[in-house]
Design a protein around this ligand. Structure first.
Ligand code: SF4
Length: 443
């Protein structure tokens, strides 16, 4: 039985629209069959969004479903099912939550499990993914799902970028990666054509790619408005406003959402309306997916006068005009260039600071640009890839800013069993005291 909770107070009207949008995304997957559309399980920052949108394939995002289940504190029943079939609790809980749900639906002969959050997620006709250098579940999650959904075809392409090596100029390698990624995207189109029975409309794809470019630009330009003091929107809201980027990229609705958010933030700035009335501390959310069941912790920070004007989480985009993308008539090659240039965006900077890394240079940029006086990381135990670098980043950051307060919170994205609200709030209280002492010293 899901625990009833008071949702976090949102600073922006735009963020308040998100639950309806996320729910509509899920509903679209459930009614797709009646509308004669194909559904594809897919993954965040997959690089294939525009292909799906141009071919009218309805994306069904496992991370979104698992995050919603966690936010409703209703994921345990799925985690337990996966665990009963020997999936360890220490595996990615986005994956195990979704797999537990799939197992249950197959046991019911394809019927929706009872009381599925927001009506559940539609059964896929295919699984699309890319094995980015992001995490092993990008390979293993689809394989495990296929164990239960035997009839569902899987396409996992590669979407790689040059690995960080301070001794190597990645620009000497990037063309090779782009060529490979472009070929993989073409293979993805062939796979989609085969399983939808439709041909790609290349003009339509080109216009979706153009819309995505404009959305990347607008997204960052909008988020940069948060540099203003007092900050008009913080990370607590950004954990919601990620939905139109992460799960609706390549749609007009996504672009229009950020247009409205941009206008709303400008109004707040003109009225000097901040997230908190008396802004005392500006924090960088340095890394980590949030505990979806404990988003109210952002409110706890706000109540202490702390705001997060910037975060790295879900900000996997840079304005396209900053990426200097080579011209190409192939929209898939353009997508490949866009991602390779984004993932390597901080490489040149990192090479100039011995001992640094691109992730740390990004944190430094944000600390300076958004005038942050503290950094908070969230280390989710079940994500072994992205969250694994947090300790190293914090250590290197301390060499650049020896006294900056850093808090590393520990928990999970979906699994609530390791979360203790009182302990978390005690740690935040102690961190706020450190922040206050640091601020006094800076005066
Ligand atoms: S990045 Fe982490 S949380 Fe996301 S799918 Fe991979 S392992 Fe799971």
């Amino acid at each position: 039985m899901a625990e009833q909770r008071v949702p976090r107070a949102l600073a922006t009207a735009a963020a308040a629209k998100i639950p309806k949008m996320a729910r509509a995304n899920l509903s679209a997957t459930v009614r797709a069959k009646d509308e004669g559309k194909k559904v594809a399980y897919s993954f965040i920052v997959v690089g294939q969004d525009e292909i799906m949108r141009a071919m009218d394939i309805v994306p069904a995002w496992g991370e979104s479903f698992s995050g919603i289940s966690a936010a409703k504190r209703d994921a345990e029943k799925y985690l337990q099912r996966a665990e009963a079939d020997n999936f360890s609790r220490s595996l990615c809980t986005y994956a195990t939550c979704n797999i537990g749900f799939d197992m249950w639906r197959e046991e019911l002969g394809g019927a929706m499990p009872p009381d599925a959050p927001w009506g559940g997620i539609g059964r896929p006709d295919m699984i699309l993914g890319t094995a980015q250098q992001l995490c092993d579940p990008r390979y293993k999650w689809p394989q495990a799902t296929r164990h239960y959904l035997r009839d569902v075809p899987v396409f996992i392409g590669g979407m790689y970028y040059p690995a960080w090596d301070p001794k190597i100029d990645h620009k000497t390698q990037e063309e090779y990666y782009v060529k490979y990624n472009t070929a993989e995207l073409h293979r993805c189109v062939e796979f989609c054509e085969k399983h939808t029975g439709k041909k790609m409309d290349w003009d339509r794809l080109a216009s979706v790619v153009d819309l995505t470019d404009r959305t990347w630009n607008l997204f960052v330009e909008t988020y940069e408005l948060r540099k203003t003091i007092p900050c008009p929107m913080d990370t607590g809201d950004a954990m919601n406003t990620m939905v139109p980027m992460a799960f609706m990229l390549g749609t007009q609705e996504s672009y229009d959402f950020f247009l409205a958010l941009n206008a709303e933030l400008k109004e707040k700035i003109a009225a000097k309306q901040g997230v908190v009335e008396n802004e005392k501390y500006r924090l960088l959310w340095g890394a980590g997916l949030p505990s979806w069941f404990a988003l109210s912790d952002f409110q706890y920070f706000n109540d202490k006068g702390a705001v997060f004007p910037v975060e790295t989480t879900y900000r996997c985009y840079e304005p396209v005009y900053n990426l200097d993308l080579p011209k190409t008539s192939d929209p898939l090659e353009h997508i490949a260039w866009r991602w390779v240039r984004f993932w390597t965006h901080w490489y040149d900077k990192a090479r100039k600071r011995p001992g640094s890394t691109p992730a740390v240079e990004r944190l430094i940029d944000y600390i300076e640009d958004y005038k942050c006086n503290g950094v908070v990381f969230h280390s989710a135990f079940s994500c072994r890839s992205w969250h694994a670098g947090i300790l190293l980043q914090a250590e290197i950051l301390k060499k650049v800013y020896p006294e900056i307060p850093v808090l590393i919170m520990e928990g999970d994205i979906v699994d609530i069993s390791s979360y203790n609200e009182a302990d978390t709030h005690n740690r935040i209280d102690a961190f706020i005291e450190t922040l206050e002492a640091y601020k006094q010293k800076q005066r």
